[in-house]
Design a protein around this ligand. Structure first.
Ligand code: TTP
Ligand code: MG
Length: 599
């Protein structure tokens, strides 16, 4: 039985996975490989058999020469030898196939396994992790580095193992002609491994650099494609191109450096020396009468086997080195700490929807911007306190950058606070089981994210398996039904396909549909978009009041019509509560509040 443990903890989301070692890249890859034991056996048997049968050819050819050099040559002796060579080489072909097949299988399986492991681990990381880790770099690791691990096995390890046995065979077979003939293959093996060790040592930092510069190029590329509208809007294409060219140059330079080191690998020289030395030695023994002609020829043939390790060595080991560099980068990502703990043992209960902030202070994790903010001594939120009863509607207002979005993200622990307390139903959010907490809070973000899937699937995102009727009911409640029906394929319309894009107001209503589906106890609506025509506005208004019914609702908005009927209005200014109360109270008492409507 395999032991099962949870993947890297602490995490926000875990799944039962086999117990892989995470201490070093080699051990980690090994812990993956070892689970495919019969494939490993196949690779080694194939590699060994292939080399042994390859060694048989020079041995048999030597015998054939000796048979011909008899005073009375017997040509009939050649026929069984020829048949033997032919037969064994067919078997050798099959064994070689086994080795190649096994290595390919291992590579593909590991690629899939490691990709899964990485994906699960990425889903388990906190938002803190994701906001600090560039998407392009993650993409490069999840695609190219994982691919390098595949290539590390085929052709990498495949040829390393295959050629290793070719190195061993001359050492095994040479003594059958004369023990002294061991000298050349043994010396070759020693020199070969010594130069290989040095080669790999110089290669490792370059492999790391190749992988890193590639990830870097990718992350810049994905960022500028993501922001292509901004780039074009600001006519910054040229400077983006320049940056890209610079990054591409770094990748190129790293590859050139790698090629340079490969070219200096001295295995070719060693091979030449070994052939010359071995032949001289054999001829010397021949003159002494210690070897006959057939034996010299067989020995020479055995030495020729060393060309396989020689020729594959430079690039097969490079492949392994690159694979290990990729493995290090993936493992680093998997092992990187994630700050939030899902607190699986925490409080898990049906939520009533009471929320309290007690002296909450919050600063974003260590980004450059947060650094600047905290350097100036200002937190994003400062001693924020308020209390909301279950079922109430709270409007959060304030100028841009006041901290409205940040405030609501603390409720479901998208981020953890630095000081104070956030309580839901009188219980600190950190005491809650994270999954229980989040499944009862629905958040409609400022920029609504829709997946490139059907409208149905987008609405039912929080409840896969919902029936079509349920989805349509949610669509109707969210006032989205009418516009969805105008699409040719209705609810089955795939967003982003054939030019189907949605307006801000439409996206918002789909997101509201999502909220209806999951029926959360707390609904958070970050609606800072303002320019929407009045007909749509009216619809959204109706959808929101329907959604707010029977649950605690936070609305971040600039629209007076929505703010008015809130039970509590929180006015934020530069991360502090500037005023708090109902609309009527605030209109009389708060300058800050009335000022918002004058902008
Ligand atoms: P927000 O909380 O995003 O401000 P806001 O929602 O009130 O503004 P808007 O009306 O424009 O939506 O930001 C408050 C501060 O926190 C601001 O200085 C930017 C900073 N911040 C970060 O450092 N990292 C983040 O991920 C976010 C969202 C904000
Ligand atoms: Mg905001």
């Amino acid at each position: 039985m395999e032991t099962m443990t949870t993947l890297t903890s602490p995490a926000e989301f875990t799944i039962q996975r086999p117990n892989y070692s995470h201490t070093s890249a080699i051990r980690w890859v090994f812990s993956h490989v070892i689970r495919h034991n019969w494939v490993i056996v196949m690779v080694f048997l194939g590699a060994f058999g292939n080399a042994a049968l390859a060694a048989l050819v020079p041995v048999l050819v030597g015998d054939a020469f000796n048979a011909m050099l008899q005073p009375m040559p017997d040509t009939r002796a050649l026929i069984p030898l020829a048949l033997l060579i032919g037969g064994t080489q067919v078997i050798r072909g099959i064994l070689q196939l086994g080795r190649n097949f096994g290595a390919e299988l291992l590579g593909q399986r590991l690629e899939a396994e490691i990709r899964d492991e990485l994906y699960i681990s990425l889903l388990g990381k906190s938002m803190t992790f994701h906001s600090l880790q560039p998407v392009g770099d993650t993409m490069a690791r999840a695609t190219n580095d994982v691919r390098e691990i595949n290539l590390m096995f085929n052709p990498g390890m495949n040829l390393v193992i295959g050629s290793f046995f070719f190195l061993v065979m001359p050492i095994v077979a040479a003594p059958r002609y004369h023990p002294a003939l061991l000298i050349t293959p043994v010396l070759f093996a020693i020199a070969y491994f010594a130069s290989l060790a040095r080669y790999l040592k110089t290669l490792q930092p370059i492999s790391d650099e190749v992988r890193a510069s590639f990830g870097n190029m990718n992350s810049h590329l994905s960022e500028s494609l993501d922001g292509v509208e901004t780039v074009k809007g600001a006519a910054q294409e040229d400077s983006e191109v320049e940056r890209f060219v610079l990054n591409a140059k770094r990748v190129r330079d790293a590859f050139i450096k790698q090629g340079d080191i490969e070219a200096r690998f001295i295995a070719f020289l060693l091979y030449g020396i070994a052939i010359a030395l071995g032949l001289t030695h054999a001829l010397f023994l021949f003159r002494e009468g210690l070897l006959n002609t057939g034996q010299v020829i067989a020995y020479f043939g055995l030495l020729r086997m060393l060309d396989f390790p020689t020729f594959t060595s430079s690039w097969a080991y490079t492949q392994v080195s690159m694979g290990l560099a990729g493995a290090r980068r993936i493992l680093e990502l998997i092992n990187r700490e994630t700050d939030l703990d899902q607190n699986a043992a925490g409080h898990s209960a049906e939520m009533k929807g009471e929320i309290e902030f007690r002296n909450v202070t919050f600063t974003y994790p260590d980004t450059e911007r947060a650094q600047r903010v905290s350097d100036s001594g200002e937190s994003v939120l400062n001693s924020v306190s308020f209390k909301v009863k279950p079922g109430q509607t709270v409007a959060v207002v304030g100028q841009t950058g006041a901290g409205k979005t940040s405030l609501v993200k603390l409720i479901n622990r998208t981020y953890d606070i630095n000081d104070g307390q956030v309580l839901v139903d009188g219980m600190d959010v950190r005491e809650w089981n994270l999954a229980s907490l989040r499944s009862q809070i629905s958040m409609i973000e400022q920029d609504i994210f829709l997946f490139s899937r059907s409208i149905s699937e987008n609405i039912a995102f929080g409840r896969p398996g919902a029936t079509q009727d349920e989805v349509e009911a949610a669509g109707k409640a969210a006032q989205a039904h009418d516009f969805i029906e105008t699409f040719e394929k209705g609810y089955e319309t795939v967003i982003g396909e054939r030019g189907v894009t949605l307006s801000g107001g439409q996206r918002q209503r789909l997101a509201l549909g999502r909220a209806f589906m999951t029926d959360p106890r707390i609904l958070i609506l970050d609606d800072s978009t303002s320019a929407i025509d009045s007909a749509t506005e009216d619809k959204i208004q109706r959808a929101i009041s329907a959604a707010a019914r029977g649950r605690t609702t936070f609305i971040i908005t600039h629209r007076l019509s929505q703010i008015r009927w809130a039970d509590l209005i929180i006015v934020l200014r530069k991360g502090r509560v500037a005023a708090m109360g109902t609309h009527d109270e605030l209109m009389q008492t708060s300058d800050a509040y009335s000022r918002i409507f004058q902008e």
